[in-house]
Design a protein around this ligand. Structure first.
Ligand SMILES: Cc1cc2nc3c(=O)[nH]c(=O)nc-3n(C[C@H](O)[C@H](O)[C@H](O)COP(=O)(O)OP(=O)(O)OC[C@H]3O[C@@H](n4cnc5c(N)ncnc54)[C@H](O)[C@@H]3O)c2cc1C
Length: 445
């Protein structure tokens, strides 16, 4: 195929998009601004860097995140395969060694003869067919250009990332390995148990601690699914005990009892040399993070490999600014990833895959992709591209977006299983009917 497609952003969506286009015989110029121009959240020059947690969420089919993974497998997703090959134990979730994951994506991109990787910051919407997957921290000039092209329908909010601590600096006499209720992957989580007085003192310190950009943040429209821990704490003295610090299903081996509260730590890599504080996204200043989080039992001497940070998170008002394929009307530019307002690592990967399919369809004169709305991805796309959607906010896949069953079985688990089965069946049928995009009816082209 003669035409070259520009893909802006070597993140999750951009890499998936480039690989999918190349596999269909389309030449790609993949632009990545790092390492020359680092973003506020990225730490390396590697492709497909995970900016915060190393978890790609649940693999369980009864969850929307698990269903999305099944759907992506059916569609021959590349980055999900990279995630599986760099997985670290995490119970029922798919968590990865972030360096191994990025290295694997980098290897695939590097070995693909149809992809030219250009380490350059893009400041305008490229000429010709292009996919802009510049992420929620898209560099300002480009975001202004997109904003101009979509008629000013841009939005942003602040997002927060959790700190990571060095495993060697944890007090192993205090922290203990255990999954809730002794469930799957017993040792994948470490727990820091807290007594009542320790919790009270911790809450007082947390709420009194100094925050970064407090004024700006207070005015900002914060996405509630990613609230900083101190903001959740501010909603009530026990909010964290019922949220990120809930002790249910845990037994402290030192006392044989359930702790009053607990902070969970999740392994960052296969070697378990680093752990993140689950649910501890934060906007505290770095010295305050050191002071306050070291009050958590077991973290008294913790060394912080990375502090929690808070960032702008920019996206366009997709339902009102883009067409049903996430294209800017009247241009050859399509958006993909978090910049479209779909939220989450795997959602970004899925969105890159979809952008590749729609770009390819357009190049070969085929019908655009119309995924069944019964699926995790199809229902998210329907939500994100429906002009009826009001107050558009970044959205993960979730069963709330899926149309209900005509005759649902009783019980939540049974209902979810039926929804997942319907989604898989509908997607299989759709893929089989789109052999122009999926030559073997769904498996990798
Ligand atoms: C601070 C933060 C924490 C997050 N934590 C999580 C989490 O824990 N779990 C989760 O599921 N999701 C999380 N998200 C949301 C989302 O899943 C990630 O942002 C994800 O990386 C989005 O993928 P993407 O491909 O859209 O963007 P990215 O992965 O960010 O990729 C965009 C790429 O484009 C490059 N780029 C930007 N502008 C230009 C330009 N002008 N020219 C060339 N290159 C450019 C960037 O350097 C980057 O490599 C987080 C988001 C933020 C901001």
């Amino acid at each position: 195929m003669g035409q070259v497609v520009s893909v802006v952003g070597g993140g999750l969506a951009g890499c998936e998009c480039a690989l999918q286009l190349a596999r269909r015989g389309v030449a790609v110029r993949l632009y990545e601004q790092r390492p020359g121009h680092p973003s506020p959240a990225h730490h390396t020059g590697a492709l497909a860097e995970l900016v915060c947690s190393n978890s790609l969420k649940s693999t369980k089919p009864e969850t929307a995140a698990g269903l999305l993974k099944d759907e992506l497998d059916l569609m021959g997703c590349s980055l999900l395969a990279c995630a599986r090959s760099s997985a670290v134990p995490a119970g029922g979730a798919l968590a990865v060694d972030r360096d191994a994951f990025s290295a694997e994506v980098g290897r695939l991109v590097g070995e693909e003869p149809l992809i030219e990787l250009v380490r350059e910051r893009v400041t305008r919407i490229p000429e010709g067919p292009c996919v802009i997957a510049a992420g929620p921290l898209c560099a300002d000039e480009l975001f202004d250009a997109i904003s101009g092209a979509v008629g000013g329908s841009r939005m942003s909010f602040f997002d927060a990332a959790a700190p990571i601590v060095d495993a060697d600096t944890l007090d192993r006499d205090v922290v203990f390995e255990q999954s809730r209720y002794g469930g799957e992957g017993g040792g994948d989580y470490l727990n820091c148990p807290m007594g009542r007085e320790e919790y009270d003192a911790f809450m007082e310190a947390l709420l009194g601690a100094e925050r970064v950009v407090a004024r700006e943040f207070e005015q900002a429209d914060l996405f509630c699914a990613c609230q900083p821990v101190e903001e959740v704490g501010r909603t009530g003295h026990d909010s964290l005990r019922f949220g990120a610090m809930k002790p249910v299903g845990l037994t402290d081996p030192r006392t044989g009892r359930r702790p009053w509260a607990a902070v969970q730590l999740r392994a960052e890599n296969a070697a378990r040399s680093a752990y993140n504080l689950v649910g501890f996204q934060t906007n505290l200043t770095w010295p305050e993070q050191r002071r306050v989080f070291r009050m958590i039992p077991g973290l008294g001497g913790a060394e912080f490999l990375r502090y929690g940070v808070m960032h702008r998170n920019s996206f366009v008002d997709a339902p009102h600014a883009l067409d049903a394929t996430f294209k800017i009307p009247g241009t050859q530019a399509r958006l993909a990833g978090q910049i479209t307002g779909t939220e989450g690592y795997v959602e970004a990967i899925a969105s890159g895959l979809l952008a590749a399919l729609n770009t390819y369809a357009e190049l070969v004169g085929a019908e655009p992709v119309a995924l069944p709305a019964t699926g995790a991805l199809g229902s998210l796309v329907a939500y994100a591209t429906d002009p009826q959607t009001r107050d558009y906010q970044p959205m993960h896949v979730n069963y709330g977006l899926v149309p209900p069953l005509a005759d649902p079985p009783r019980g939540k688990a049974e209902k979810r299983a039926a929804l997942a089965a319907r989604a898989r069946e509908d997607l299989r049928r759709y893929l089989a009917a789109r052999r122009d995009l999926f030559p073997d009816g769904g498996a990798r082209p």
